[in-house]
Structures are given as C-alpha cells and as structure tokens.
Design a protein around this ligand. Structure first.
Ligand SMILES: [Ca+2]
Length: 120
C-alpha cells in the first residue's frame, strides 16, 4: 500500500490473527495515526492504541517506510501504535528502527505517544 501524501488521524487495522500486510509506504508525514494488524482493540475499542493485545497467530507487517516525520500528539491520554506479531522493517524519516527476532518496542518521534511494537 502506498499513500502518496500524509497520514493524519487515520487508523488502518486488520483484526485477523493471521493477517499479513506487506509493505506500507507513506510519502509524507505520519501524524497521530495507527496501524494494527492481528490485534484485539482492548477496552477502549480502538485499534492501534496502548491497550491493544497481539493475538496468537502469524500476523505480520512486512515493512513500513514513512518518508516524512512520525509523530503522535502533544496531548496526554492518547496513543498511537504500529503493532503486529511481527514487524519486518520500519524506517521513519530515513532512520531505521530495529526489529529483529523477539519482542521489540520502539518509540518514534518526539511526542512520546507513538510506538511501534511487535512480539516476534
Ligand atoms: Ca485499543
């Protein structure tokens, strides 16, 4: 999937425990947006937030490339996640975040509420 502009206040999700999303490319910024693959939304009923749980299965995101900035918001109490059982690679603004074997949690950008997380 290629987004030719920016992502802002958008949520993409697939709640199938075995869903596999290949490559996501965003030409611009990723602002206060969420990508959840193979998760349960949790008590807030929102996908891609801090209370999501990763379902048992084979869900994966192959690669995410955000060419611009990655940011959440300065407000307290919200959260933005890129989350799946496995994330292959993540690059934001030219910076590659480590996603090897095992669980990884990477904070992205300066707002403190944008996190990419996987389990495998
Ligand atoms: Ca949630």
């Amino acid at each position: 999937m290629t987004i030719k502009g920016r992502m802002e206040h958008a949520t993409l999700f697939n709640a199938d425990a075995n869903a596999n999303v290949g490559k996501v490319v965003v030409a611009g910024d990723w602002i206060a947006s969420r990508l959840a693959v193979g998760t349960a939304a949790g008590a807030d009923n929102l996908f891609g937030t801090a209370d999501d749980t990763i379902l048992a299965g084979t869900s994966s995101i192959g690669a995410v490339k955000i060419k611009g900035q990655g940011l959440g918001t300065p407000e307290a109490g919200d959260s933005f996640r890129i989350i799946s059982r496995t994330i292959g690679t993540l690059t934001v603004g030219g910076l590659a975040y480590p996603f090897g074997a095992g669980a990884q949690t990477n904070f992205i950008g300066v707002t403190g509420d944008f996190v990419a997380r996987d389990l495998a």
